[in-house]
Ligand binder design. Structure first.
Ligand code: SPV
Ligand code: MG
Length: 433
């Protein structure tokens, strides 16, 4: 019997998959690989059902002899293990990620032998509808909210990018980078107070009210599926914070991060150049505890952000606060710094991890941007937030376009640096009905 292999990365079996198995069966004994969670997240999308359920779905297809787990997107381990005579795959190779997979299979066939059999992809109305339903499920508040906790179990570090609008949400949702045989994308989105305020031409001093901040969340959520972490500033009055927690939960936000400051909050990257007051440990612990008590869902997270290093209060103060805030019920700790080097952040992480192995750690490497995700993960960091880069990328590009038009009294000179009109009018998917 010939060894025939195909890999599925899906939550639902539709006629396209059945067609692949049908064709594969004609070639020999069929083994199906089910792509593991961590690999699915990087390549395609977050799985809406567990690996065990996905295995059971595939096992139930007539004509499937064996089901195994494919741990990596690339096929190296599969060739080493099975030496397949045939790799059966849909012929939808147009995306850069698919091109990388195609090249990988071709290279492995050169090394191990075997043959790639391409099956015309089934583009039926039913298949497209099933695909859209799978994506829509991920966007539902109940499902989206719990995704951050699941991600924390699945990936070494949750890569989070700042978004402040529907458009930036789409960038976070859809940007995939293929680097050789590595495929990568962001896991989650950060609704930054700095960027949300700046986008509205306002200072980052809790001036933009919650109703307006919630509208930004809605704008983002309407066009995305990835989990949202909300920058809750100081959380405001405890009496107000408990309402914020409920609203965020209801919207499907996964976590709020509140910082231990009181009075007029200014952006942390000003550090001690401006007057800022750190909240007392007891008061801030009470705010966390009140939020946790008000929370109704199990999966929402309240993360406490410690400003001791920003306000030059020292490492011991930061650690003391971390202990107290975890004790008060915080589901995670964010530690911040505005130093160019990551030393004090890494020192905090090492010291915190020495006494606490479980509580997720969050870091925002805006100033200490030399540090890599891998280094952070090695020091026990679980969530890395790129807190303002999309907004900072957009502003100089827009200002440059404005200046060029003023200088040349026409728009021709800047046009080559702009997105083509055809591309912008077709950028947004329309709903077909
Ligand atoms: C934000 O993005 O609004 C933050 C992070 O709070 S920082 O600007 O570094 O304070
Ligand atoms: Mg902020």
């Amino acid at each position: 019997m010939k060894v025939v292999y195909t890999c599925f990365c899906t939550d639902v079996i539709h006629e396209g998959h059945l067609n692949i198995i049908n064709e594969a069966q004609k070639l020999g004994e069929v083994t199906v690989g089910v792509l593991a969670d961590a690999a699915s997240i990087r390549y395609n999308r977050f799985p809406a059902v567990s690996l065990e359920e996905r295995i059971r779905l595939v096992e139930a297809i007539p004509g499937v002899a064996h089901v195994i787990v494919q741990n990596e997107i690339m096929y190296d381990e599969i060739f080493e293990r099975l030496h397949p005579d045939y790799i059966v795959h849909g012929d939808n190779w147009s995306l850069p990620s698919m091109q990388a997979i195609y090249q990988n299979i071709k290279n492995l066939i050169k090394k191990y032998g075997g043959e790639l059999v391409e099956i015309p992809y089934t583009y039926s109305e039913n298949v497209q509808r099933t695909d859209h339903q799978m994506i829509e499920k991920l966007a539902m508040p109940e499902f989206r909210r719990g995704r951050l906790r699941k991600l924390l179990q699945m990936v070494p570090i949750v890569k989070t990018i700042e978004v402040h609008s529907g458009l930036t949400g789409l960038i976070a949702e859809k940007t995939v980078v293929v680097d050789g045989e590595t495929i990568d994308q962001f896991d989650a989105m950060w609704i930054s107070s700095l960027c949300d305020s700046t986008e509205k031409g306002k200072p980052d001093i809790e001036l933009v009210d919650m109703t307006s901040r919630f509208q930004t969340i809605e704008d983002v959520m309407e066009v995305t599926t990835k989990p949202v972490i909300f920058d809750g500033d100081t959380g405001g009055l405890t009496e107000h914070f408990v309402y914020t927690v409920r609203s965020l939960e209801r919207m499907g936000v996964s976590a709020v991060i509140i910082e231990d400051k009181t009075g007029l909050k200014k952006n942390s990257l000003f550090g001690t150049e401006v007057e800022q007051t750190q909240a007392g440990i007891e008061d801030f612990s009470a705010k966390i505890a009140a939020g946790k008590k008000a929370q109704l869902s199990d999966d929402f997270m309240i993360i406490a952000r410690i400003e001791s290093l920003i306000l030059e209060q020292g490492m011991e103060d930061a650690l003391k606060r971390a202990r107290a805030f975890v004790e008060a019920g915080a589901d995670g700790i964010m530690i911040h710094s505005r130093r160019k080097e990551p030393d004090e952040i890494l020192e905090f992480c090492d010291k915190f991890r020495a006494e606490n192995k479980e509580t997720p750690l969050v870091v925002v490497p805006s100033s200490f941007n030399v540090v890599t995700e891998e280094e952070l993960a090695a020091h026990g960091v679980n969530i890395c937030i790129y807190a303002n880069q999309l907004l900072r990328a957009a502003f100089p590009a827009m200002e440059n376009a404005a200046k060029s038009i003023l200088k040349h009294h026409r728009a021709k000179e800047i046009d080559s640096e702009l997105m083509p009109i055809k591309q912008i009018i077709t950028l947004i998917d329309e709903i077909n009905y």
